[in-house]
Design a protein around this ligand. Sequence first.
Ligand code: SAH
Length: 464
Amino acid sequence: MDYFPIFMKLQGEACLLVGGGEVAVRKARLLREAGARLTVIAPELAPELAAWVKAGEVEHIAAPFHPDMLGCPRLVIAATQLREVNRQVADCAKAAGIPVNVVDDPELSGFITPAIIDRSPMVIAVSTGGKVPVLARLMRARLESLIPAGYGALARFAGDWRDRVKARFTQVDERRAFWEAVLQGPLAEAVMAGSDARVASDMDALLASDARWHEGCVYLVGAGPGNPDLLTFRALRLMQQADVVLYDKLVAPELLELVRRDAERIYVGKARADHALPQDDINSLMVRLAKEGRRVLRLKGGDPFTFGRGGEEIDSLAEEGIPFEVVPGITSASGAAAYAGIPLTHRDYAQSVVFVTGHMKDGSFNLDWPALTREQQTVVVYMGLSSIAGLCEGFILHGKAATTPAAIVEWATTARQRTLTGTLADLPALAQEHGIQSPALIIVGEVVQLADRLAWYRRKPVGG
Ligand code: SAH
């Protein structure tokens, strides 16, 4: 280890910054966040620094650095563009025994500043010993995306309850088990989501009873349209915490791979006419698993509340008093639109968009045709592949021109995506000719014309 990492308390402490440009502004911002009393030495100041000085929040010595100006601060940072000046500052500080950093100059520096991931009170600092700052910044970007934004709130929450938990569980092992359960459970998710109101009473209840903190919960998670890149951070985090996962046909294998390795996997099917488990059985299975104390992940394609029966699934949980959480996902219409280059609304072509299901009940559609055939509107049909001929015919019978642009997008957003564009008149034949399979979405409206121009990534062009 070339450098010894420490976290230094600077609240109310005098710190000296030499330099008034953009680099100095960045350092000043950090020092201010740490509560330092800041003095800046520079003939001129960048606007942000000048504003702080004007507001009386930062002291300013409007002159070039001179050794007499050093004083006895806790820290010195030299951020001028002149190496000679920086060297002079560093020499003076070192002689006075004050820690000094020269920005981007490890050779002159007594200490270096890390890349910071701030989830105060939790702070992560990354350093490459001043050798490859870019690498430290890249690492920071990765960590930023891994660590939930709500971690600060979680750390504050745990800090606030520390003494009470300590009083309740006198054994270290017990305490650790309690915190491990709480910090990975539904309560922690509620804290990170900022729903403080419930949290205090739930914590009281947990501390009052032995059994309840072993209680299970259900996460109803939207996994997006299939491409793992389109998962939310929250979905990924819960996938990596779950004890058991219930998934259906629309969840791509690439997505399942991201679920915690030792989690149990249960296929509950549900493609049209291929119900591996009836809905009621899925509901009661979730209830049973949660009651066994397990964290159940119900993984759904797209968004759980868009043609996903998510509402019904959590209804039985609510009835049983089982904690649950719903995580939205990118619905396949949004995914297909973006990946096929078909904006769902557009100033010139569509001022509204309608999502409908094309699923037939007893051989007929239950659709509001006058509403669907309006001008300047895009219609996206979910589950419409098997009835595509009847659908397209219906649009025409109810007044749409046979030449209205229409598209079908199969396995949208995945490597298998295929997009076919045509008109209401020829789309059914096109789909059949190319052997389009489920899952597929049908998009009807003038916006479809834009597909050729706006498709940014057509992995598998169809028809040459
Ligand atoms: N909750 C899901 C929809 C479930 S209904 C969502 O929000 O997307 C199932 C239908 O969704 C399928 O029949 C198909 O029409 C559509 N669908 C889901 N994923 C798809 C994908 N990757 N490509 C095209 N259509 C998809």
